[in-house]
Design a protein around this ligand. Structure first.
Ligand SMILES: C[S@@+](CC[C@H](N)C(=O)[O-])C[C@H]1O[C@@H](n2cnc3c(N)ncnc32)[C@H](O)[C@@H]1O
Length: 166
């Protein structure tokens, strides 16, 4: 069930400090369940499609800790969140490239992944982007941000998908 799936990560996310961004939130997973289960944390739903953000905005009345931003990950201000989460955003190595610049040094990226995820590819991407793949529970890949975003990142919109780093 979708809700269980989203909540499975809540404990993991709660272990890292700072505000949370759900990148490519779509219909609101996992950001809305996270906002409901972590009411003292600010949760931003970042979504590239305007039509979807209009639907997401309706949740802001019920969840005062929720914000909605219409835009692409590659065009956001750098390093403004403590944690970036993403589920079914893109191939995990592309999702890692989009998410890492959004979090500050010491922050974390939590990717919900399926059994076909290739952790070694994600680890290579992380190395290029001041990140490190750390021990992760089944169904997740957790990256720590170990330094400032290197020059040249984020690459132009769409490039991470067309020409993945690994
Ligand atoms: C397959 S949906 C997954 C939605 C939700 N996370 C879920 O698990 O159901 C991927 C979403 O990511 C959005 N998206 C794709 N590329 C993006 C980007 N570069 N920045 C922000 N959102 C993006 C798409 O518009 C789409 O709504």
């Amino acid at each position: 069930m979708l809700l269980d799936d989203a909540l499975a990560g809540a404990e993991l996310v709660a272990g890292f400090d700072g505000s949370i961004v759900d990148v490519g939130s779509g219909g609101g997973t996992p950001g809305i369940p996270l906002a409901a289960s972590l009411p003292d944390r600010e949760v931003t739903l970042l979504e590239a499609e305007r039509r979807k953000t209009e639907f997401l905005e309706r949740w802001m009345e019920e969840l005062p800790n929720l914000r909605v931003v219409w835009g692409r990950a590659e065009e956001q201000p750098l390093e403004t969140f403590g944690i970036a989460v993403a589920k079914a955003l893109a191939h995990p190595s592309t999702a890692a490239e989009w998410c890492l610049p959004l979090v500050g040094e010491g922050g974390a990226v939590v990717l919900w992944v399926g059994p076909s995820a290739e952790p070694e590819r994600v680890a290579l991407v992380a190395e290029r982007m001041a990140g490190e793949l750390v021990q992760s529970p089944p169904g997740f890949l957790v990256l720590r941000k170990t330094g400032p975003t290197p020059p040249g990142f984020p690459r132009r919109p769409g490039v991470a998908k067309k020409r993945p780093l690994a």
